[in-house]
Design a protein around this ligand. Structure first.
Ligand code: AMP
Ligand code: MN
Ligand code: MN
Ligand code: MN
Length: 299
């Protein structure tokens, strides 16, 4: 472990990226590749937050120790709230917590059924072999809509991800299957009982009215949610500022994450996140992260 110079320095302005994916969910890199790329891009504290699964966390931790950076154990939990899908990120979770793992296992069971159902629905639209194709691209890991999107692009049904989602995979489209994910309360409970902090992911991306968003944030806070992603790879600069204001008004801690999925498929590249707007209290306020090895130390 390259932490000869152990200095808890939660107050310093390290570069945090607290939302990213590996091929254990719908990213394209291995956890080690992800960590190495993040390190090379100047990220000093990285959370791997795969959808509904924690299988990549051990490898991420080992890779981070090897290059002298901090890996945070995370997860991104799928939630159904008033017929909408929301994502709640858990940070600094204990991945071995049985309650968390039982909950995630249930979501993965739904995912497995849903993947077959998406395949059946696409078949009715004369798209053959979508389930098998998505499963092949998922390489034995969980199957996400992202894998269907990749299959549709690969087979020439669509030109890119935006079209795949717009035409086939979004709500109301032929391949859309309504979610039966965790309740908001369950997701927060699993995270908190596993010792973690619950964070509303990419709040600007939900199709909720201002009133419903306030209601959701209120419920989230009531059941123990602490933070929202103020700065996010899929947010506009205006959205970052807007949610900075909301975090202050509601007394939420502020998180920052790129939501990186891989070099060819991403909202924003690693190492490019803007800093938190002024007046935000960082979600990492009380964390003990360690002095990070200089990038030049990389072999
Ligand atoms: P799932 O959790 O299987 O329903 O898949 C959701 C994932 O699909 C998200 O985590 C994103 O990675 C991806 N996604 C959703 N909407 C879009 C979009 N419009 N363009 C690209 N990727 C998207
Ligand atoms: Mn994703
Ligand atoms: Mn998400
Ligand atoms: Mn994500």
């Amino acid at each position: 472990m390259r932490i000869s110079n152990i200095v808890p320095d939660s107050a310093s302005a390290k570069r945090y990226d607290l939302h990213s994916h590996s091929f254990y969910s719908d990213g394209t890199l291995s956890p080690s590749e992800l960590v190495q790329r993040a390190h090379a891009a100047g990220v000093e504290v990285l959370a791997l937050t795969d959808h509904d699964v924690t299988d990549g966390l051990g490898e991420a931790q080992t890779a981070a120790q090897q290059c002298g950076m901090n890996a945070i154990a995370g997860v991104e939990i799928s939630v159904t709230w008033k017929n909408q899908t929301l994502h709640v990120v858990g940070l600094n979770i204990n991945p071995d917590h049985p309650g968390l793992q039982q909950g995630l296992a249930r979501l993965r069971q739904f995912r497995a059924w849903r993947a077959k159902e998406i395949g059946r629905r696409l078949e009715k639209k004369r798209i053959e072999g979508a389930y098998a194709g998505a499963a092949r691209l998922a390489r034995g890991a969980i199957i996400a809509r992202t894998h269907f999107a990749r299959f549709l692009v690969e087979q020439g049904y669509v030109r890119g991800f935006p079209q795949a989602f717009r035409q086939f995979l979004s709500r109301g489209k032929p391949g859309f299957v309504p979610g039966q994910w965790a309740t908001l309360e369950e997701a927060v409970k699993w995270i908190v009982t596993a010792g973690g902090q619950a964070v509303v992911a990419h709040p600007a991306r939900y199709k909720l009215s201002a009133g419903k968003l306030q209601q959701m944030l209120g419920e989230f806070q009531e059941c123990g949610g602490e933070a929202i992603e103020v700065v996010c790879g899929s947010h506009t600069p205006e959205a970052n500022l807007h949610f900075a204001g909301i975090s202050r008004e509601h007394g939420f801690l502020a998180s920052a994450g790129s939501d990186y999925h891989g070099p060819e498929q991403t909202w924003m590249d690693l190492g490019k996140l803007p800093s938190l707007p002024e007046g935000c209290t960082p979600v990492w306020r009380d964390w003990n992260v360690y002095a990070t090895a200089p990038r030049e130390a990389l072999a």
